[in-house]
Ligand binder design. Structure first.
Ligand code: ATP
Length: 234
């Protein structure tokens, strides 16, 4: 579904990615793991079209993405739940969700999508009229995921969805991701919580200083001695 080849990108003169190659097959849950600043967020931003690659190619369902602007990528079925959520705090939960369905195709299926989001996160239905900025961190993360789902994505990218959440909410978040995957959604997940990410993922890529240092099935990575030492402290 997604093919990233030799991706190089950065910020001004500061190069962050030095030739990342990865793929995500339809229906897979793939996780990108690695230390702070390794380049995981930049990789997702380049796929979403927010950050322009200096080199390399991106293919989505066989079509080249490089020249496609970010909003068209959303229409093609690529959604990003950004790090830090980036909600509109002064708008209600419902308004935030509806803004996810701005593309024509998604707009026509808005009612149906909203029902699905409310079924997944019943608390958002109860709090639909509440300002998003007044919700708890975990609830705001639900709004951010819900907003992405409103665009009817075929590839859902999530950047650190468990970051800063209370432990019970982290468990809830991973259960939601597992459920979305079980329902057939293709997911690319960036997580610091490597052991939990690999528990639910099919495959993973370890990113170090802007390069893929290791890749394998979740099982292979979880049992890899280098991964266990560097990232699990075992
Ligand atoms: P984190 O978990 O901390 O978000 P990450 O693996 O997602 O880490 P990136 O955020 O992609 O890493 O950062 C990769 C490199 O790019 C780092 O060296 C970082 O300092 C740099 N970088 C990220 N965002 C910017 C920016 N807006 N301007 C300049 N440099 C940036």
């Amino acid at each position: 579904m997604l093919e990233v080849r030799d991706l190089e990108a950065g910020y001004g003169d500061a190069q962050a990615l030095f030739g990342i190659s990865l793929s995500v097959n339809a229906g897979e849950l793939v996780t990108l793991v690695g230390a702070n600043g390794a380049g995981k967020t930049t990789t997702l931003r380049a796929i979403a079209g927010i950050c322009r690659p200096a080199h390399g190619s991106l293919l989505f369902e066989g079509k080249p993405l490089n020249a496609v602007p970010a909003h068209h990528r959303a229409a093609l079925g690529i959604a990003l739940v950004p790090e830090g959520r980036e909600l509109w705090p002064q708008l209600t939960v419902l308004e935030n969700l509806e803004l996810g369905a701005f593309e024509r195709g998604a707009r026509s299926r808005r009612t149906q999508s909203l029902e699905k989001v409310f079924e997944l996160f019943p608390v958002l239905k109860e709090r639909a009229k509440q300002l998003a900025g007044s919700m708890s961190g975990g609830e705001q993360q639900m709004v951010a995921i819900g907003r992405a789902l409103m665009s009817r994505p075929r590839l859902l990218m999530m950047d650190e969805p468990s970051l800063g959440l209370a432990p019970v909410m982290v468990t809830h978040m991973f259960a939601i991701i597992r459920r979305l995957h079980a329902e057939g959604l293709t997911i690319l997940l960036v997580e610091q919580n490597l052991s939990r990410a690999l528990e639910i993922a099919d495959r993973g890529y370890v990113i170090e200083t802007g390069k893929v240092s290791l890749t394998g099935t979740a099982e292979e990575l979880l049992t890899n001695p280098a991964v266990r030492t560097a990232y699990l402290g075992i």
